[in-house]
Ligand binder design. Structure first.
Ligand SMILES: Nc1nc2c(ncn2[C@@H]2O[C@H](COP(=O)(O)OP(=O)(O)OP(=O)(O)O)[C@@H](O)[C@H]2O)c(=O)[nH]1
Ligand SMILES: [Mg+2]
Length: 280
C-alpha cells in the first residue's frame, strides 16, 4: 500500500504502513482521521516512502547517465493516447537511435505488445492495485533491457493524473499528455502533474470540431500552474504536430548529451590537474 496516494504500490510501503498502524486495503487519506494514527505520523510515512523512492531514482539516473540514455516519463489520465503516440513516435524516429519502452499498467501487457509489434523492445510492469510506477520497479525493468547507449527510453506511466506526479523515476523530463476530450480545466484540477511536467502534449486535436474544448484557455491554465511548461498540439491519429514533438525530443536529447559532455570534460580536467598536466 502506498501511503502517498492510497494505492497498492510503493517499495517499502508495507513496512512503513505497518509502522504507521495502517492495514492492507486501508485508505491512508481516511486514516489521517483514524484513531491512533496522527496526521504528523502519516506525513512522516509519506516522506519516508518518497525519500526511499528518491534514492532509487538517483540510482536510475546514474545508470541512465552512464549510458547517455535520454529518458522520458509519459504521464496522463487513462486513454489520452500515450501508447498511440509512442508507436507513431517510434515510426518517426525510424531507427535513428536505439529505443526501448517500459510500460506501466495495473493489468495486461497489451501496450507492451503494441510496442513490440513496432520492433522496439518493451518491458511491461503490472502494478496490480498500484496506480503509478516507482523508481525501484523501473530499476528492475531496466535489468531486462539490453544497454541502449545514446538511446531513448520512454516510460509510459500508469494512466493517472495524480500519483505519478510525486514519483521521480530518474527521468530527464516528465511529459504530460492531455487529450481534448478531457476538458480544458484539468491543469487547474490536477496541478501537481502540470507543475512537474516540462512539456504538455495536447493530443487528439483532430477531434476539436466535435468537442467543447478551449485550447487557449487550457494552455493559459497550464501556464498559470507552470509558467515554464512548453506545449505542443498534436494528433497521434492523423500525425498533426508530430514534427514539432519529435523536434522537441531531439533538441532536449541533444541538450542532455551536451550537458554530459560538459560534465565529462570537467571530470577530465580535474584528473589532469591531479597529474599536474595542462587541460586538453
Ligand atoms: N481521434 C483520436 N483518437 C486517438 C488519438 N490518440 C489516441 N487515440 C485513441 O484513443 C484511445 C486510447 O489510446 P491509447 O493510445 O491506448 O491511450 P493510452 O493513454 O495509452 O491509454 P492507457 O494506457 O490505457 O492509459 C484509442 O482508441 C486510440 O485509438 C488521436 O490523436 N485522435
Ligand atoms: Mg497505453
Amino acid at each position: 500500500m502506498c501511503t502517498v496516494c492510497g494505492c497498492g504500490a510503493g517499495e517499502g510501503a508495507p513496512a512503513a504502513q505497518h509502522q504507521a498502524g495502517l492495514h492492507e486495503g486501508d485508505d491512508p487519506h481516511r486514516h489521517s482521521h483514524a484513531p491512533g494514527v496522527s496526521e504528523r505520523r502519516r506525513v512522516q510515512v509519506e516522506q519516508d516512502i518518497l525519500s526511499k523512492n528518491d534514492r532509487f531514482a538517483a540510482q536510475n539516473r546514474a545508470r541512465f547517465e552512464a549510458q547517455s540514455l535520454f529518458v522520458l516519463n509519459l504521464v496522463s489520465s487513462p486513454g489520452s493516447g500515450k501508447t498511440s503516440l509512442l508507436t507513431r513516435t517510434i515510426e518517426r524516429l525510424g531507427g535513428r537511435m536505439p529505443l526501448a519502452v517500459i510500460e506501466g499498467d495495473q493489468q495486461t501487457d497489451n501496450d507492451a505488445e503494441k510496442i513490440r509489434a513496432t520492433g522496439v523492445p518493451a518491458v511491461q510492469i503490472n502494478t496490480g492495485k498500484g496506480c503509478h510506477l516507482d523508481a525501484h520497479r523501473v530499476g528492475h525493468a531496466l535489468e531486462q533491457l539490453e544497454p541502449l547507449p545514446g538511446g531513448v527510453l520512454f516510460i509510459e506511466n500508469v494512466g493517472n493524473l495524480v500519483c505519478p506526479a510525486a514519483f521521480d523515476l530518474g527521468e530527464a523530463h516528465k511529459v504530460v499528455i492531455l487529450s481534448v476530450t478531457e476538458g480544458e480545466d484539468k491543469p487547474l484540477k490536477y496541478p501537481d502533474m502540470f507543475h512537474a511536467a516540462d512539456l504538455m502534449l495536447l493530443n487528439k486535436i483532430d477531434l476539436l470540431p466535435y468537442v467543447d474544448f478551449d485550447l487557449q484557455r487550457c494552455i493559459e491554465y497550464a501556464r498559470r500552474i507552470n509558467p515554464e511548461i512548453q506545449v505542443v498540439q498534436l494528433s497521434a491519429r492523423d500525425g498533426t504536430g508530430m514534427d514539432e514533438w519529435v523536434h522537441w525530443l531531439e533538441a532536449a536529447r541533444s541538450e542532455r548529451i551536451r550537458q554530459r559532455i560538459g560534465a565529462l570534460q570537467a571530470q577530465a580536467r580535474a584528473l589532469q590537474a591531479l597529474l599536474g598536466e595542462e587541460a586538453i
